[in-house]
Design a binder for this molecule. Structure first.
Ligand SMILES: Cc1cc2nc3c(=O)[nH]c(=O)nc-3n(C[C@H](O)[C@H](O)[C@H](O)COP(=O)(O)OP(=O)(O)OC[C@H]3O[C@@H](n4cnc5c(N)ncnc54)[C@H](O)[C@@H]3O)c2cc1C
Length: 377
C-alpha cells in the first residue's frame, strides 16, 4: 500500500494498516507534523454531542478508545478532558442537533442557562435566553503530538515513512495495482490511499467537489485572573451566533493563551498560497471573543492560518471513487475531522483488508448523492 499524505489522517491510516500486517510506504511532501496543512495549532476539540449528525457518534466513541490506546502505547499526552459547551439559541441548529444526538445515543449532558454558566465557569458569559449544553467527557487533543504518535506507531509496526517527497502523479499499472511517480523516483503498489488533505484534488479528481477554505486562529491572554482560563476552570466552548459565523474558544492548556477562532468564516484559497493573518481580522476576533470571555482583551498577537477541505454536504469522503477502484480516497474532512483520525485509520484498514467495515460510513461514500445548493455542516 502507498499512503499519500502523512498528516492527521494519513498517519493514522499508515499506523492501522501496518498494525494489521500490510506493507506500507507512506509519503509526505513536507515533514509532519507541520504547519502547512490542516493538523496544527496545538488543539483540536473532541466531543460526542454531534450537532452535525448523530451518525458520527459511534465513530467518535471508537475514536476515544483508540486515542486512549495510542496515548498509552506511545506514552504521549494526547487528550485532556476539559468538558465542553455548545452554546446557542434554544431553537438553533447547534443546540437542537447536540441534544438530538444526546437523546439518540443516551449521552450524558447537562443543559445550562446563562446564570448557570456564569456561576460554574467564572470567565464565561452566555447571553440571556441562550442555552449551553455541557458535556463533561469532551476534551482537547494535541494534533501535533497525535500525528507524531501515529507516525511512531506506523514505523514501529514496520511502515516505511518518507518525508520531503511529493507524489507528482500516479497511474494504473498494466498488470493491476498502481505506479506512483514522486520527486525522488517511481514506486509500485497494489493500492493507493490518498490522504493529501487540502492538496487531495491535485493527486486525484474527487467525485465529491472539494473546497479549500482558509481559517485563522488567535491566542489571546486575559487581562486578569489567568487561573480562570485554565482547563480545570474553563471548558472549551462552541457558540452558534445566528447570522454571524460560529465562534469557539479553547482554554489555556499550556500557559500560551486562550485559543479563539471563527468557524467556516474563511475564503477559498489555493493551499500553496495562503494569505497571512491580518490585524483587522484579529481585531474582529478579539471583539467577538470578549462578548463570551470579557476579561480576554489582552491580545497576545499570536495567530496562524489553517485549512479546511470542505465538501458540499459537510460530510467526509472515505472510500473508493467509482472511476478508480485501486484508490482509497480519504479527504474532505470539512473542518471537523481531527477527532476521528484513528477510527478513520481503522475504517480504511477494514475496507482494504476485509473489504467492509462494521461502521456505517455510507454518508462518506465518494459516489453519494449531493445537495444541489452549496453548504457545509
Ligand atoms: C483551524 C482548524 C481548527 C480545527 N478544529 C478542529 C477541531 O476542533 N476538531 C476536529 O475534529 N477537527 C478540527 N479541524 C479539522 C481537522 O484538523 C482536519 O479535518 C484534519 O486535520 C484533516 O487532516 P488531513 O490528514 O486530511 O490533512 P493534513 O493533516 O493537512 O494532511 C495532509 C498531508 O498530505 C500531504 N500531501 C499533500 N499533497 C501531497 C503530495 N502530492 N505528496 C505527498 N504528500 C502530500 C501534506 O503535506 C499533509 O501533510 C480543524 C481544522 C482547522 C484548520
Amino acid at each position: 500500500m502507498i499512503v499519500v499524505g502523512l498528516g492527521g489522517m494519513g498517519s493514522a491510516v499508515a499506523a492501522h494498516l501496518a498494525t494489521r500486517g500490510r506493507r506500507v510506504l507512506g509519503l509526505d511532501r513536507f515533514t509532519p507534523p507541520h504547519d502547512r496543512g490542516s493538523s496544527h495549532g496545538r488543539s483540536r476539540i473532541i466531543r460526542q454531542l454531534y450537532f452535525e449528525g448523530a451518525g458520527y457518534v459511534p465513530l467518535v466513541q471508537r475514536a476515544y478508545e483508540l486515542w486512549e490506546i495510542l496515548q498509552r502505547d506511545t506514552r504521549r499526552d494526547l487528550l485532556t478532558v476539559t468538558g465542553g459547551l455548545v452554546i446557542g439559541p434554544p431553537d438553533g441548529e447547534v443546540v437542537v442537533g447536540a441534544l438530538a444526538s444526546a437523546r439518540q445515543h443516551g449521552l450524558a449532558h447537562q443543559v445550562l442557562d446563562s446564570e448557570d454558566v456564569a456561576s460554574r465557569f467564572a470567565a464565561l458569559r452566555v447571553q440571556a435566553g441562550h442555552l449551553a449544553v455541557y458535556e463533561e467527557a469532551a476534551g482537547i487533543l494535541v494534533p501535533e503530538a497525535c500525528v507524531a504518535g501515529h507516525l511512531e506507531m506506523a514505523a514501529r509496526r514496520g511502515a516505511e515513512l518518507r518525508t520531503g517527497e511529493k507524489v507528482n502523479d500516479w497511474r494504473v499499472a498494466r498488470g493491476g495495482g498502481v505506479v506512483v511517480s514522486t520527486t525522488s523516483g517511481v514506486e509500485a503498489a497494489e493500492q493507493l490511499v490518498v490522504a493529501a488533505g487540502a492538496w487531495s484534488g491535485d493527486v486525484i479528481a474527487s467525485p465529491v467537489p472539494l473546497q479549500v477554505e482558509r481559517q485563522f486562529v488567535g491566542w489571546l491572554r486575559p487581562t486578569a485572573r489567568p487561573e480562570l482560563f485554565r482547563p480545570d476552570r474553563l471548558p472549551w466552548f462552541y457558540a452558534d451566533r445566528g447570522e454571524d459565523p460560529p465562534l469557539y474558544g479553547i482554554p489555556d492548556l499550556a500557559g500560551d493563551g486562550v485559543k479563539v477562532a471563527f468557524d467556516h468564516a474563511g475564503v477559498t484559497v489555493s493551499p500553496d498560497d495562503v494569505p497571512a493573518v491580518r490585524s483587522d481580522e484579529m481585531d474582529e476576533l478579539v471583539a467577538a471573543s470578549t462578548a463570551y470571555l470579557p476579561r480576554l482583551n489582552g491580545a497576545s498577537g499570536v495567530a496562524t492560518t489553517c485549512l479546511y477541505t470542505n465538501t458540499p454536504d459537510g460530510h467526509f469522503v472515505v472510500g473508493r471513487p467509482p472511476e478508480s477502484p485501486e484508490v482509497m480516497l480519504v479527504t474532505g474532512f470539512s473542518g471537523h475531522g481531527f477527532k476521528f483520525c484513528p477510527v478513520i485509520g481503522e475504517v480504511v484498514t477494514d475496507l482494504v483488508v476485509e473489504g467492509g467495515t462494521a461502521f456505517d460510513v455510507s454518508a462518506f461514500a465518494p459516489s453519494r448523492t449531493l445537495p444541489t445548493s452549496p453548504g457545509t455542516t
